[in-house]
Design a protein around this ligand. Structure first.
Ligand code: NAP
Length: 274
């Protein structure tokens, strides 16, 4: 990549951030597209976030990805937050439009694109969403909007109730799950908990309790024990790699106005994950 005096900079702010796959994915896509952009990872302490955001304005950085732990904290520092990101309560992408910083969240749309790619249509299906954290909030709007019959289960019931209450303002097809007993009735079950990130984690639910033709989706972007168990018992099982890819594709479109080469980006992610 030739970095010159005209190169536009995109950065990811996180803490920690050195593990991020995004620099490899986006730099490679910029190169493929012949765009004069580069993407860097910047470790920003929570106490320095405001100063870092002011730096974006001062240095005319073209755009950002925002990751843990800044996705919520950054919102009041922006000039505008789009309605989807406002509902989600978190921003993962920022575009600098002539000095005005606009916040977006591409996780939910990215998730739906990843399902589309796998020919999974949620319309009219019974979907059980396990977990009610930030990622669940990001995808639940789109699951409801797409006409699924959505129920949400979470270890901490109040958090599921809060999310369902927020969704219920716009959608009638959403409710709190009675419990994991609903597993046996669901057509699609989605793990949005962080269970599966660590090797010692328990399964978020037992795939043996599912209907034979139920589909399992895990937002974690590797084949987790849940995914492997589900496949073993004959279920279609999809990990979160597609969501990771498509949230990046959509972010890149927002920054540059061009559709990036998604197959190429997918290969870069595969390579980076070894
Ligand atoms: P979060 O806001 O911290 O929420 C964590 C969720 O996991 C909550 O529902 C929490 O339940 C549940 N949980 C945690 N430990 C648990 C346990 N021991 N037993 C049962 N439930 C437990 O995190 P998040 O941002 O939503 O992220 C969730 C997952 O999605 C992570 O694994 C992340 O890697 C993945 N993700 C993937 C992508 C992608 O692009 N593929 C994007 C975003 C997130 P409580 O409310 O009861 O604590």
């Amino acid at each position: 990549m030739d970095i010159s005096g005209t190169t536009r900079v995109i950065a990811i702010f996180g803490h920690p951030v050195s593990h991020s796959l995004s620099p490899a994915m986006h730099n490679s896509a910029f190169r493929e597209m012949g765009l004069d952009y580069c993407y860097i990872a910047l470790d920003v302490l929570p106490s320095e976030l405001r100063a870092a955001i002011e730096g974006v304005r001062a240095m005319d950085i073209a755009g950002l990805n925002i990751t843990v732990p800044h996705k919520e904290a950054v919102m009041p520092m922006l000039d505008k937050v789009d309605p989807e990101a406002s509902f989600i309560g978190a921003v993962n992408t920022i575009v600098n439009r002539s000095g005005k910083l606009i916040g977006y969240n591409t996780d939910g749309r990215g998730f739906m694109r990843s399902l589309e790619e796998e020919s999974v249509d949620v319309a009219g299906k019974r979907v059980l969403l396990v977990g009610a954290g930030g990622a669940a909030r990001a995808i639940s709007w789109y699951l409801a909007e797409s006409g699924s019959d959505l129920s949400i289960y979470n270890r901490t019931t109040e958090r599921a109730e809060l999310l369902v209450g927020d969704l219920a303002i716009n959608f009638k097809n959403v409710r709190t799950a009675e419990g994991l007993e609903e597993l046996g009735e669901a057509d699609i079950v989605i793990n949005s908990t962080s269970l599966g990130l660590k090797p010692e984690d328990a399964l978020p639910f037992e795939p043996s309790a599912l209907k034979q033709d139920a589909i399992v989706v895990d937002l974690i972007y590797r084949d987790t024990p849940l995914i492997l168990e589900a496949r073993k018992s004959g279920h279609k099982a999809i990990n979160g790699l597609g969501m990771l890819l498509w949230q990046g594709v959509l972010a890149s479109e927002l920054w540059t106005g061009h559709a990036p080469p998604h197959e190429h980006m997918k290969n870069i992610i595969f390579k980076s994950l070894g």
